[in-house]
Write a protein that binds this ligand. Sequence first.
Ligand SMILES: *Cc1c(COP(=O)(O)O)cnc(C)c1O
Length: 412
Amino acid sequence: MLAPPETGPALSTSEHLALVEAVTAHNYHPLPIVVAEAAGSWVTDVEGRRYLDCLAGYSALNFGHGHPVLLKAARRQLERATLTSRAFHNDQLGPFALGLADLAGMDQVLPMNTGAEAVETAIKLARRWGYDVKGVPDGAAEIVVAADNFHGRTTTIVSFSTDEVARRGYGPYTPGFVVVPYGDTAALRSAITPRTVAVLVEPVQGEAGVIVPPPGYLANVRAACTEADVLLVADEIQSGLGRTGSTFACELEGVVPDVYVLGKALGGGILPVSAVVSRRDVLRVFTPGSHGSTFGGNPLASAVGAAVVELLRSGEYQERARALGEHLTSLLELLVGSGLVGFRTRGLWAGVDIDPARMTGREACERLAARGVLAKDTHGSTIRLAPPLVVEREELDWAVAQLAAVLTEETA
Ligand SMILES: *Cc1c(COP(=O)(O)O)cnc(C)c1O
């Protein structure tokens, strides 16, 4: 193989930060770490420092960086065909969709690229189903969503966000959404009207801080949807594909939604791959030309997606998430009271609330990074921990030891 071309002298961390500050929009406030390489659960920065990745691309890297099976699938497909558009067929989409539908216990797949696009697809699907199948008067469809949701960044999706930072300044907002408190079945039931076409919900709210709803909530939502002839759309973009200890977080509650929305880990950490997965009697409302995507279902994405499905089929990653998650829970329990005020876990996924009197979540993440652990704060004083599912138990021990040290060390 040819060596990559020399790209000139390597930039230092501060030079990279200055460059990015100058030439990119400031819609993010990243930790001051410049990743150069990554493998498995570890990343290396441009200075050669190593960090345990306890964010894993918000669960896009459930299988770690550069999983050999996924790289092999991607490399093989890179040499064959990468993009066809849906104007023609490609030989990768069918097998990928078959595997994904089977994994989800559904009939059909609509492939997209990013998570937000898949959520948009589910919204269009629900509305069209509402008009064509349920008989809702045209233009009157309502979708019930939960407060503190995160479903993406498009104008329609931020229209029903309750996060002012994500929403402010982007009006006029798309109508047709009703927001109810998360975890409140009574509020959800009373929000459902004859015009309701769907309930769109995260089985665990990731961005909000790994918020786990009360036991029985999802089952009650399922029952309410069934009774009212409303589609239950589960946004499992972050909770799905192994993270929670099962393939889908809905399974933990014994719930089968009408529509799964998937993304993040579906692309194996290599490229964006998302999908809406549902039954044939729902997805049939789409007709040629009524929805689409230039890149959706492309052969490279399909090859990687199929390899992801194959990894999940063994159940190995779900089992790892379950066992490592139990271990993480027992480690975090020991920290409650010493700088940690509370936490929630679902599989290998934790929302850790630190004492705001001691430091902000941002400051805790900066201190963690200085100790070689990458994590991300959310909503002030919560840190989200979501290491790749390939992380070793001893690495988890070490990461939590760093967290313990950060929470108890002297603050300025
Ligand atoms: C990340 C995320 C999205 C949006 O995915 P993008 O690929 O960033 O567009 C939507 N829903 C949930 C639950 C997510 O975690």
